[in-house]
Design a protein around this ligand. Structure first.
Ligand code: PEP
Ligand code: MG
Length: 883
C-alpha cells in the first residue's frame, strides 16, 4: 500500500475525495494545491498507516521509512532547503488530521528540524537571530510536551523567571541572547526530566513526532470527544508533514484564521481574526487579543488596532480572492487558516466550517438563492437536530437585565444557571439536575465534559475562534467568550467583575447573541419562525412525503404545533386532562366509587370538563385530524401515596380515610407498566371510555355546528394486545357516537383505531386490522416491551449499554431498527394485507427523531407525530429522508 501522499509545488497525489485515507486536513491540502492555491509543500501519512502502526505494536514498517524519505525529498525539492542542513535548514510542522475535524483534540508540533546547528543557519538565512532562537525554544517546549510527555509547567516557570530576572513583563522584550539563554535552560530541563538530552537528530525528531500524533488518537480527551460525537475509534488519524512558513518574521508577517462567511450569524461577510508577527497557535490559544480582518468589522466592534484590510491591503485582497475561489470550488462555507510570511500569503488549511444552527440555515438558504447550490441541497445541508437551537426561547428584550459585563457573542442562544468554575463541578451539578453555566478563564480540550454538561459557557479570554467558541458552537451551547473584565478566584470560589462578586452557585444569565453577562435569571420569549427558517421549511415541504403531526393535549400546545406546521394531532393523551388540579377530586370519586352507579355519577362531573377540552382543541385544529387516545395510565396514579395526604383527599372525595387507604392498597401494583392500564381500564370499566367518547363526539358536533369547520376525530385505543379487546372498545365508542349523533341530529366522519405498542399486537396486526381503521405505533411502550427494558428505569444502565456498543444509540431515543423495527415492519405488512391503505403513523418519542423518521419513510408510513417543538425538525428530517 502507498502510505505517503505528496502535495504542493505543482504536485497533488490526493484530493478532497480522499478524506478517509488522508484525513480532512490532508485531503483538503491536496485539493487546494491541486486548484493552484499557495500551499506550502508537504506530504500526508495515511490513516491506514495509523491503523497498521497500532496493529504492529506501535512500530513503523521499513517501506514507510522509504516513502517518508521521498516525501522529505519532495519538500526539499520545492523549497530548495534541506532537512537538517546547517546552512539552510528545512523546518516542518507535524500535525494530526482525522476524517472529521476534532478541534483541539489532537497534537501538533511546529518548527521541527531545529537543533543546535540548524538554529544558526536559520538565523543567518532569516537575517533574524532573535526569531531563530525564539523558534527553537518554542520547538523544544512543544516537542517536550507533545512527544516526550514532559510537564509544560517547568518551561513556563523558566520563562517567567528569565523575564523577572531581567525586569521584563512581555515576551516581546526578550532579546536574541535572552532566548538563547532560555534555550540552554530548556535543554537542561529536558535532561533533568527525561534523563536524556533533547534529540538533535532531525529524523529522530520527525519519527518521534509522527508516533506522538498517532498516539494522540488514543488519548483520553480524544476518546471522550469521539464518544460525544459518535466518531469511530477505528478510523485513526493521518499525519501531515509540511514545510513551515512563518507568521512571526516581523511586521510584514502574520497569521490568522477566517471563515468565508460569518459562522455565528451566517452573514455573507469575510470574517476572522489575525495577528501580526505571530505563530498560528497564538491566535487559537487566545493569549494575545487578535485583530479583525476587515475594516467594517473593526469599526463595528469599535476596535483601535488596524484590521488586516488596513494593515496589509494587498495581501488582504489576495485572501479575499482565495475566499471566493474556495467557496466556488467547495460550494460551502469554509474555515481556513493562513499565514503571511514577509508579505506572501500561504494557505495552511481549509475545511467546511462549523456553524451555528442560525448560520447553517442562513448560509444554506443564501447559497441556494445565489445559485451556488440547489434548493434540495439546501434542505439536505441543515442538520434537523440543530434546528432545536432556533426553536427555543431567547431572552425577552423587554425584561430587566442586570448586566455585569459584555464579552464576545461567541455562540447564540440564552442560558441561565448556577455559575460553576470548573468542569468536574459542572458535570457533577448537572448530573444532579441543576442548570449550570461553566465559567472559565479560558477552556481547553480538558473541559469538554464540563462544556457538555453546562447550559452555557462563559470565558474571560479568547476570541471568536477560541476553543470555547468553536466547541460551544459545535455543541449548540450558548457561549460568551473574551469577557475581559471577569476574573475568577478559585480559592474563594467567586468570580469578580469590577466591584461585583458572584459566588459559585449563584445564578447568572448569558446571552450568546449579544455577549451580555447578567446577574440572576432573565425571562425568555418564543423564537421567530419567519425569514430563512420559513423559506427552508417551504422547500422541505416540497420534497417531503410523510405528514407531520404533533403530540399535544392542551390548546396552547396545539396552537404552538400548528404554528410550527403540524398537520394534525397524532396523540392527545387524555390522562393529562385527568390530572388537572380542578378535576382530580372527581377522578378520585370515580376511582373510589363502590359500584358502576357511583362511578357514573363522578364521570358525569368530568364529562363537561372533557368536552370543553376537546372543543378548544378541535377549534384550534379545525380542518385537521385529531387523534385522541382514551385513558391509559393505571388508576392508582391518581390516588395519594403519602400519609399526610390521605385525610385531605378522603375529605374532598367524601369517603373515610380507611376506605381510601383500603382502595389505594387494592389498586397497588408491583409492575404498573404491565398492569391495569390502557384498554384494560376500558374493558373493566367501560363507562370511563364511554364518557370520553361522548365528550369527544359532543365537542366535535358543537364545533362543526358553530364554525362549519371539518372536525375529524380519530379515537385511539391504547395498549391493545388482541383483536377482541379492540372490538369491545370500538363497540363502546361507536355506541356513544350513535347516541350523540341522534341527540345532536348531525353525523360526522370519525375513525376508531388502535395503538400498536405491544409485541403481540404487532404480530397479530393482520387480525387487529379487521377492527382498526388506523394503527399508531407507540414506540415507547413497544421498545419497553420488546427489549424488556423499563422506560422509567433504563437510565441507570443504558448509557453503559451504548458505551459498550450493545445498542448503537439509546433505543428510547432512536428506534432499534433491527428489533423493534422488525416488529413495526411486520405489523405494517400484515395490517396492510388485511386492510389495504390502512392509515399508519407513529406517536412514540421516536416520531421527532431524524434517524427514526428515516426508518418510517422507508416503511412508507403515512405520518409521524412529534412534540410541538420538534415538528419543524420532523418536517426537515422527513424531507431529507425523501431526498
Ligand atoms: C408510546 O407508548 O409510545 C406512547 C406514545 O404512549 P405513552 O408514551 O403515553 O405510553
Ligand atoms: Mg404507550
Amino acid at each position: 500500500a502507498q502510505y505517503v501522499y505528496r502535495f504542493g509545488g505543482g504536485v497533488s497525489d490526493g484530493g478532497a475525495g480522499d478524506r478517509n485515507l488522508l484525513g480532512g486536513k490532508g485531503a483538503n491540502l491536496a485539493e487546494m494545491a491541486g486548484i493552484g492555491l499557495p500551499v506550502p509543500p508537504g506530504f500526508t501519512i495515511t490513516t491506514e498507516m495509523c491503523t497498521r502502526y497500532y496493529d504492529e505494536g506501535e512500530t513503523f514498517p521499513d517501506s514507510v521509512r522509504v516513502e517518508v524519505a521521498a516525501g522529505i525529498a519532495h519538500i526539499e525539492g520545492v523549497t530548495g532547503k534541506r532537512f537538517g542542513d546547517a546552512a539552510d535548514p528545512l523546518l516542518v510542522s507535524v500535525r494530526s488530521g482525522a476524517r472529521v475535524s476534532m478541534p483541539g483534540m489532537m497534537d501538533t508540533v511546529l518548527n521541527l528540524g531545529l537543533n543546535d546547528e540548524t538554529v544558526v543557519g536559520l538565523a543567518a538565512k532569516a537575517g533574524d537571530e532573535r526569531f531563530a532562537w525564539d523558534s527553537y525554544r518554542r520547538f523544544i517546549q512543544m516537542y517536550s510536551d507533545v512527544v516526550l510527555g514532559l510537564d509544560h509547567g517547568a518551561f513556563e516557570e523558566a520563562l517567567e523567571i528569565a523575564k523577572e530576572d531581567r525586569g521584563y513583563t512581555l515576551d516581546t522584550e526578550m532579546s536574541a541572547d535572552d532566548w538563547k539563554g532560555l534555550v540552554a535552560e530548556y535543554k537542561a530541563v529536558v535532561e533533568r526530566e527525561w534523563n536524556k538530552p533533547f534529540p538533535q537528530d532531525v529524523h529522530d525528531q520527525l519519527w518521534g513526532a509522527t508516533a506522538a500524533v498517532f498516539g494522540s488518537w488514543h488519548s483520553e480527551r480524544a476518546r471522550v470527544y469521539r464518544r460525544l460525537n459518535h466518531i469511530s475509534g477505528d478510523w485513526g488519524t493521518a499525519v501531515n508533514v509540511q514545510a513551515m512558513v512563518f507568521g512571526n518574521m516581523g511586521d510584514t508577517s502574520a497569521t490568522g484564521v477566517a471563515f468565508t462567511r460569518d459562522p455565528s450569524t451566517g452573514d455573507n461577510a469575510h470574517y476572522g481574526e489575525f495577528l501580526i508577527n505571530a505563530q498560528g497557535e497564538d491566535v487559537v490559544a487566545g493569549i494575545r487579543t487578535p485583530q479583525y480582518l476587515t475594516r467594517a468589522a473593526r469599526e463595528t466592534a469599535g476596535a483601535k488596532a488596524a484590521s488586516m484590510e488596513e494593515a496589509m491591503p494587498e495581501t488582504f485582497a489576495e485572501l479575499a480572492k482565495v475566499f471566493r475561489l474556495l467557496e466556488d470550488h467547495y460550494r460551502d462555507m469554509q474555515d481556513i487558516e493562513f499565514t503571511v510570511e514577509r508579505g506572501k500569503l500561504w494557505m495552511l488549511q481549509t475545511r467546511t466550517g462549523k456553524r451555528t444552527a442560525k448560520a447553517a440555515l442562513k448560509i444554506a438558504v443564501d447559497m441556494a438563492s445565489e445559485g451556488l447550490i440547489a434548493e434540495e441541497e439546501a434542505v439536505a445541508r441543515v442538520d434537523p437536530a440543530a434546528l432545536d437551537q432556533l426553536l427555543h426561547p431567547t431572552l425577552d428584550p423587554d425584561a430587566q437585565r442586570d448586566v455585569l459585563t459584555k464579552g464576545l457573542p461567541a455562540s447564540p442562544g440564552a442560558a441561565s444557571g448556577a455559575a460553576v468554575f470548573d468542569s468536574d463541578t459542572a458535570e457533577r451539578r448537572a448530573n444532579d439536575g441543576e442548570a449550570v453555566i461553566l465559567v472559565r478563564i479560558e477552556t481547553s480540550p480538558e473541559d469538554i465534559h464540563g462544556m457538555h454538561a453546562a447550559r452555557g459557557i462563559l470565558t474571560a479570554r479568547g476570541g471568536m475562534t477560541s476553543h470555547a467558541a468553536v466547541v460551544a458552537r459545535g455543541m449548540g451551547r450558548p457561549c460568551v467568550s473574551g469577557a475581559g473584565m471577569l476574573s475568577i478566584d478559585m480559592k474563594a470560589r467567586v468570580m469578580r467583575i469590577g466591584s461585583r462578586e458572584i459566588a459559585e452557585g449563584e445564578t447568572v444569565t448569558i446571552d450568546g447573541a449579544t455577549g451580555e453577562v447578567m446577574a440572576g435569571a432573565v425571562p425568555t420569549v418564543q423564537p421567530e419562525l419567519a425569514g430563512d427558517f420559513g423559506t427552508l421549511m417551504v422547500w422541505a415541504d416540497k420534497v417531503r412525503r410523510l405528514r407531520i403531526r404533533a403530540n399535544a393535549e392542551t390548546p396552547a400546545d396545539c396552537r404552538t404545533a400548528r404554528d410550527f406546521g403540524a398537520e394534525g394531532v397524532g396523540l392527545c393523551r387524555t390522562e393529562h386532562m385527568f390530572f388537572d388540579a380542578a378535576r382530580i377530586t372527581a377522578v378520585r370519586q370515580m376511582i373510589l366509587a363502590a359500584d358502576e352507579k357511583g362511578r357514573r355519577a363522578a364521570l358525569d362531573k368530568l364529562l363537561p370538563e372533557q368536552r370543553a377540552d376537546f372543543t378548544e382543541i378541535f377549534e384550534v385544529m379545525a380542518g385537521l385530524p385529531v387523534t385522541i387516545r382514551l385513558l391509559d395510565p393505571p388508576l392508582h396514579e391518581f390516588l395519594p401515596h403519602e400519609e399526610d395526604e390521605f385525610a385531605e383527599v378522603a375529605a374532598a372525595a367524601g369517603v373515610d380515610v380507611e376506605t381510601l387507604k383500603r382502595r389505594a392498597a387494592e389498586l397497588h401494583e408491583f409492575n404498573p407498566m404491565l398492569g391495569h392500564r390502557g384498554c384494560r381500564l376500558g374493558v373493566t370499566y367501560p363507562e370511563i371510555y364511554e364518557m370520553q367518547a361522548r365528550a369527544i363526539f359532543e365537542a366535535a358536533c358543537d364545533v362543526a355546528a358553530k364554525s362549519g369547520a371539518a372536525v375529524v376525530p380519530e379515537v385511539m385505543i391504547p395498549l391493545v394486545a388482541t383483536k377482541r379487546e379492540l372490538e369491545l372498545m370500538k363497540a363502546v365508542v361507536d355506541k356513544a357516537a350513535e347516541a350523540v349523533f341522534a341527540e345532536k341530529d348531525r353525523r360526522l366522519d370519525y375513525l376508531v383505531g388502535t395503538m400498536i405498542e405491544l409485541p403481540r399486537a404487532a404480530l397479530k396486526a393482520g387480525e387487529i386490522a379487521d377492527a382498526a381503521a388506523f394503527f399508531s405505533f407507540g414506540t415507547n411502550d413497544l421498545t419497553q416491551t420488546t427489549l424488556g427494558v423499563s422506560r422509567d428505569d433504563a437510565g441507570r444502565f443504558l448509557t453503559t449499554y451504548v458505551d459498550k456498543g450493545i445498542y448503537a444509540t439509546d433505543p428510547f431515543v432512536s428506534i432499534d431498527v433491527e428489533g423493534v423495527g422488525e416488529l413495526i415492519e411486520i405489523a405494517a405488512t400484515r395490517g396492510r394485507a388485511t386492510r389495504p391503505g390502512i392509515k399508519l403513523g407513529i406517536c412514540g418519542e421516536h416520531g421527532g427523531d431524524p434517524a427514526s423518521i428515516r426508518f418510517c419513510e422507508g416503511l412508507g408510513l403515512d405520518y409521524v407525530s412529534a412534540s410541538p417543538y420538534r415538528v419543524p425538525i420532523a418536517r426537515l428530517a422527513a424531507a431529507q429522508a425523501a431526498l
